[in-house]
Design a binder for this molecule. Structure first.
Ligand SMILES: C[S@@+](CC[C@H](N)C(=O)[O-])C[C@H]1O[C@@H](n2cnc3c(N)ncnc32)[C@H](O)[C@@H]1O
Length: 208
């Protein structure tokens, strides 16, 4: 099972955004939605070996995290508007019954938690049921070239920055977790493109 965690520094945790102006009204939630497509959707179907967490750290309701699990998710469409509509419906529901940092499933394969990175790490520790290996996708100097790096093909978790990259706090927490920094090449690409490049590498290695 491969897992991606996208840290949205400004992406809204509330439902008050417009589908007609997603980039301008949602704190760049569009960046994270493209990551959903890149991580989970194939030309014809869903990657059943993949889950993605969207950490929403923008707006007064932040932090919240959405988890989409390809093992059980249904009716995911590749276009940003449909994904945005589904996320807006989810964010607009009453989540007052959720307790602590636990995820509550809303529809098959789609769950939400009232927390950010803490909720993800708690879920990974519990939900993965086994040790996982964290990696940070990082275009900065000193990151190891993915082509030369050994990768845990059973339980890898890849942390990805948004259009602003990782903030200092997230970087420190991931380093403390022992996350290895992986480079996908010499140029900085969009977060969703970084996921596509990595997914291709994992496919070639037989990760799933
Ligand atoms: C648009 S980039 C972030 C750019 C931001 N200005 C910065 O300097 O961090 C979005 C994310 O994609 C991933 N990424 C992009 N290019 C990459 C590369 N060449 N190698 C590894 N990760 C990359 C990183 O996780 C990055 O935080």
């Amino acid at each position: 099972m491969r897992r991606f965690v996208v840290l949205g520094r400004t992406a809204t945790a509330g439902a008050d955004f417009s589908l007609d102006d997603l980039p301008g009204s949602s704190g760049r939630l569009d960046v994270l939605l493209r990551c959903v497509r890149a991580a989970l959707l194939l030309s014809h179907g869903l990657r059943r070996d993949t889950a993605i967490y969207l950490v929403l750290q923008g707006g007064p309701l932040a932090p919240r995290t959405i988890r989409i699990d390809g093992r059980t998710a249904e009716y995911l469409r590749p276009d940003e508007r449909s994904l945005a509509g589904a996320v807006r419906n989810l964010l607009g529901r009453d989540h007052s019954a959720l307790r602590g940092l636990a995820f509550g499933e809303s529809t098959r394969g789609v769950a939400i938690a009232l927390g950010g990175l803490d909720a993800v790490l708690a879920d990974l520790a519990e939900g993965a049921g086994t040790a996982f290996t964290p990696y940070m996708l990082d275009e900065g100097p000193g990151a190891r070239d993915v082509r030369e790096a050994p990768i845990d093909l059973e339980h890898p978790v890849f942390f990805v920055g948004d259009h602003l990259g990782f903030d200092d706090d997230a970087r420190a927490r991931l380093e403390a977790l022992g996350a290895q920094r992986l480079s996908l090449g010499p140029v900085s690409v969009h977060a969703d493109d970084a996921i596509v490049l990595l997914a291709n590498e994992l496919d070639r290695r037989g990760c799933g």
